[in-house]
Design a protein around this ligand. Structure first.
Ligand SMILES: Nc1ncnc2c1ncn2[C@@H]1O[C@H](COP(=O)(O)OP(=O)(O)OP(=O)(O)O)[C@@H](O)[C@H]1O
Ligand SMILES: [Mg+2]
Length: 598
């Protein structure tokens, strides 16, 4: 689990301006509203200053004694009116800013998501899913925390400092200098305290993150925990981690309380110094009593504004880091890109040629070497070989999830790099090694296969894939909602559904990766039947560990260490008594011994 940390100042400061500029770009469609917010902030700050001035005027009137009371009433009415305007302008700017910030965030989120959707698979190899998720959720949230509340407070504080200082200078320059010296000295001390108590909170957040991560992992892995009898050990580890968090938390909280008290003391110090020095000035006739009272008010405003800015400092840095992490993903280019003028792939017959193909996922680490074969329309090609040999890789480059290094892959005489990717993939149905289903109804999952597929077609496909019966046994039949990638179905059932999905798609080419692993013999038979229904009239590539699945193939390619080491029909390969023969015989013997055991 990722936790928020106060980032290193140096790294952030250098990227701060471009990042903030770019983020402002997201705010720019709302320029008018933003200008209004700034004006309202100025109004707010000006009224705050006037408030202090009015307090001073009231004091002057009162201290003059015995005069008429009307002037005092007038001041009080002005004070009330000012308070109401302050309240209204604050509410309006908050409303405007929440609107602008949420709109900007909305745009940033959808840009990020759409960008990730456009990426090719190589991107996902480089960026682990967890990390991407944290950018989509956590980082955008950190930005949100700042811009929805922090930015208003910070902006308001800056405005208060500017306007209050101007008003102060206009009223009494020498008192201004005095107030500034007092306020800045106090702000300096409180900055030092924050610097020391800040890290305690960072550590606390970090350790709490670890604790949450631990709990998440061990609770979601409950099945394995119980099976490995690790419950007590887990509890012990959790307890040790919790103890650490509690101790750090205590320290962090204590230092926070101390700094809270320090700021209370500061308020007193401001009053004491201003009363002392300012009082002497008043008694010497250098200033009026009302002016002194107004300056005490100004100093409180300044102190508050500076404290706000410093306390938002970590939040600002975090938001900048969050934004730069989001922009980093937005700047990634898809590794497999269409050329601007690439034509669509016309409807294919399914003639597939691999022409001396070399491929590496990581430059310099060759995975496939010199793969050459020719599958004619309607032929069934079986692929087999040891784990990690490169079977799924062949499929990944046929569907152009990755671009190859040397050679060419041609479908109906068209190089796959010269047509638009989406128009190529729509012509290939895939049953992948790890069946994935969306958290939606079974029917919706089937319909995803082809735009415009009808419910009847989906039911028919499910029947052909032998999935119809178990679908009807689900609580809501075809309307049962699958959760979490289909975890409320068995693995065999998930495979049958992905087969049904491929039948719905019904294109000219078909890819099956390991569709019959880990299921019982009866289900395997059902799946096999579904697969046969699916292969009719299609150029099919079937990857199998169980060689019985590809016995009927027109051509079997035996892959080892990225090279095609044997090829031919089942009968031809058996006659050869090579790699395939050994593999087949060992599986056959395995099956026999299984039967003997049963
Ligand atoms: N995304 C990837 N990035 C880097 N290397 C990869 C990636 N995917 C696979 N490989 C490597 O490529 C080689 C071939 O992998 P591939 O998935 O094609 O094997 P396979 O024949 O399908 O194996 P299995 O039968 O276990 O599914 C392996 O050495 C693997 O480590
Ligand atoms: Mg594989």
């Amino acid at each position: 689990m990722k936790t928020m940390q106060v980032p290193q100042d140096d790294d952030v400061l250098s990227s701060m301006i471009p990042t903030v500029k770019r983020f402002m770009g997201y705010m720019s469609p709302h320029k008018l509203k933003l200008a209004l917010v700034i004006i309202l902030m100025a109004v707010f700050a000006l009224l705050e200053a006037i408030f202090s001035l009015l307090m001073g005027t009231a004091t002057n009137i009162i201290s003059a004694g015995h005069g008429p009371v009307e002037p005092l009433f007038r001041v009080i009415i002005w004070l009330l009116a000012g308070a109401i305007i302050i309240w209204i302008s604050g509410a309006i700017s908050q409303k405007l800013l929440s609107n602008i910030s949420q709109e900007a965030l909305y745009q940033l989120r959808i840009d990020l998501f759409a960008h990730i959707q456009k990426m090719s698979l190589g991107f996902f190899d480089r960026r682990p899913i967890g990390e991407l998720m944290s950018r989509v959720t956590n980082d955008t949230q950190v930005i949100e925390q700042f811009i929805s509340i922090g930015s208003l407070q910070t902006g308001q504080a800056i405005m208060t400092i500017i306007i209050t200082s101007i008003v102060m200078l206009l009223v009494n320059p020498s008192l201004t200098i005095l107030s500034y010296i007092v306020v800045l000295a106090l702000v300096g001390v409180s900055w030092l305290i924050t610097k020391t108590s800040g890290p305690a909170f960072v550590l606390l957040q970090d350790k709490t993150g670890d604790l949450n991560g631990f709990a998440e992992e061990w609770i979601s892995g409950a099945k394995t925990v119980i099976a490995c009898r690790q419950q007590d050990a887990a509890s012990r580890r959790f307890s040790a981690m919790s103890r650490k968090v509690a101790n750090i938390g205590e320290k962090a909280q204590f230092s926070a309380l101390i700094s809270q008290q320090v700021s209370n003391i500061f308020t007193t110090i401001v009053i004491v110094i201003l009363l002392l020095v300012g009082g002497i000035m008043v008694m010497d006739g250098m200033a009026e009593i009302g002016t002194l009272i107004a300056f005490i008010g100004f100093s409180f405003s300044l102190l508050g504004a500076f404290t706000t800015i410093f306390s938002s400092y970590a939040q600002i840095l975090n938001a900048v880091v969050g934004a730069s992490r989001v922009f980093e993903v937005l700047d990634e280019k898809p590794g497999v890109d269409d050329r601007k003028d690439s034509p669509a792939m016309p409807a294919v017959t399914g003639d597939v040629i691999f022409d001396h193909v070399d491929f590496s996922y990581i430059p310099g680490r060759r995975i496939l070497t010199d793969n050459t074969f020719h599958a004619r329309p309607g032929q069934v090609f079986g692929l087999c070989g040891p784990t990690g040999a490169g079977k799924s890789t062949i499929i990944n480059i046929l569907t152009r999830y990755y671009d190859i290094e040397n050679g060419a892959i041609r479908i109906d005489d068209k190089d796959v790099r010269e047509v638009r990717q989406d128009t190529l993939r729509v012509q290939i149905a895939q049953v992948q090694q790890e069946p994935f289903l969306f958290s939606d109804t079974i029917m919706a999952n089937l319909k995803y296969a082809r735009e415009g597929a009808t419910e009847e077609e989906c039911v028919q496909a499910a029947q052909q894939a032998n999935a119809h019966d178990f679908i009807l046994q689900q609580p809501n039949g075809y309307n049962t909602v699958l959760v979490d990638g289909g975890s409320n179905l068995s693995q065999g059932q998930r495979q049958m559904l992905t087969i049904a999905r491929a039948i719905v798609a019904n294109p000219r080419m078909l890819i099956l990766d390991e569709a019959t692993s880990n299921v019982d013999t009866r289900t395997e038979k059902l799946i096999q039947e579904g697969l046969l229904a699916l292969q009719k009239d299609k150029t099919s590539f079937i990857i199998a560990h169980r060689l019985s699945t590809i016995r009927h193939a027109d051509q079997i390619l035996v892959i080892d260490k990225g090279a095609i080491i044997e090829r031919g029909s089942h009968t031809e390969l058996m006659k050869k008594k090579g790699f395939y023969f050994d593999l087949y015989m060992s599986q056959f013997r395995g099956k026999l011994s299984g039967i003997v055991k049963e």
